[in-house]
Design a protein around this ligand. Sequence first.
Ligand SMILES: Nc1ncnc2c1ncn2[C@@H]1O[C@H](COP(=O)(O)OP(=O)(O)O)[C@@H](O)[C@H]1O
Ligand SMILES: [Mg+2]
Length: 250
Amino acid sequence: MLSINSLVKKYKTTLAVDDISFTVADGEILGLLGPNGAGKTTILRSIAGIIQPNAGNISISGYDLSKDEQNAKRNIAFVPETPNLYDMLTVYEHLRFIAMAYNTLDHLDERATDLLEKFDLIDKKNELVLSLSKGMKQKLAVVCAFIHDARVLLFDEPLIGIDPKGARELKDMMLAARESGCSVLISTHMLDTAERLCDRVLIIDEGHKIFEGTLDEIHEKVQMSEDASLEDMFLKLTEDDNVNDNVAVS
Ligand SMILES: Nc1ncnc2c1ncn2[C@@H]1O[C@H](COP(=O)(O)OP(=O)(O)O)[C@@H](O)[C@H]1O
Ligand SMILES: [Mg+2]
């Protein structure tokens, strides 16, 4: 379970996240949607403990991130938009390093082999990370997320740059994680992905929430035709939001 309460993050002059609250239940996939610059990465990096929010509470599997950081962080896996890997370790050393950091070395060989096979990286097991292609690095970052037993999984634009087989594998693993009761939060602007994977979506724009609910609930709110896609509805919601902003300013 992931619970975010009144999160605020300012960068110098930009209010990137403006009082956002939401939860991701056990066994749920929530899609965090919004245009470029909406604040998605800032929210994910705050949950992962990489940046310090200005206000708000983040609770991960019942642990408050600001008060019980170690237990909170033990329960999360974060796959950033751009992988953050150690070039001078081999692929296997990398997985071993992550597993050691999380104290989950049991059956590491079997788990690593299984994951590396799934993502077509088994041939690279003993190669330096430095020698991997960009897409392979992205897949390794995904493998790292699944090598320890995280209950809350965070993915920032996860399907960009991954080949179709890797993308299919990752989607299946997200669904399997949901089945096993994990809370999964995916930021994406690929709306067809959200449509297929997510139980609910949270749409943000300029740091504030403009919609939270199921696709059926979006249909109800925007009152477009039956066959309107999520893309149509997304554009309408974000446009309406901008119109409201303009009215408020003038
Ligand atoms: N390190 C930073 N310093 C200053 N401004 C930032 C920084 N990171 C993000 N921002 C700003 O915060 C806003 C939200 O950015 P971000 O969270 O990356 O959005 P998204 O992931 O939805 O595209 C943008 O206006 C962006 O320019
Ligand atoms: Mg982003």
